[in-house]
Design a protein around this ligand. Sequence first.
Ligand code: GLP
Length: 241
Amino acid sequence: MNVIITENYESMSKEAAKIVVDTMSKKINAVLGLATGSTPEGMYAELCRSYNKGEISFRAVNSVNLDEYYPISATNNQSYRYFMNKNLFDKVDINKSNTYVPNGEAKDAAAECKSYDELIASLGGIDLQILGIGRNGHIGFNEPNGELIPVTHLTSLTESTIESNSKYFPTPSDMPRSALTMGIGTILNAKKIVIMASGKEKHEAILKMLTGKVTTMWPATMLNLHNDVTLICDRRAYYGE
Ligand code: GLP
């Protein structure tokens, strides 16, 4: 695993954006695997700045997001579709019909998951997958468990994740208790992976990942099975300062 330690959140965001720009400059129709959460917000702002300066275009890009709450309406301001529109898609020249987020309104979750994996395959796979990391080491919504599901699936959220994310909802009970998420296999199939982390509360999960070992109880450790992963984290996440 390549490791880039940055001074702070801003420099972490810039480093991650550089890798996205590099991927897009090598392949104009790159398939970007995108993530939500507070961690990548700064990276999206950097990408919007590059776009405004005329350095990059998303015209031929396809994007596939990692996950979505379930059930949730796309217009709910806590949905990941809403997040992506607000932070990136509405601000750049991407063709919205080439942006994919698991459908939190799907009637049949299993069918939605199956067609999501088929969609990724039909796009030729993911060129670059961006990831954040949960305090408990989850990636996407692959929560710690004795067994992990390799493909896109419906999953229950853990108490730790509900506690972390419910503050964004009007009341904690408004937060969905399930989500649709790419599986670990879907993520590991990406050609290149960048995982970002900022803040002391991610330190333990980062340490587990950096042991180089693999355990389903810390899902991010599964990234040790991939040969092109870059961790970009600030000093607080790396040193637990
Ligand atoms: C969420 C998302 C993850 C994200 C993680 C960390 O639950 N499903 O994709 O990486 O939690 O979020 P944050 O970046 O806000 O700490």
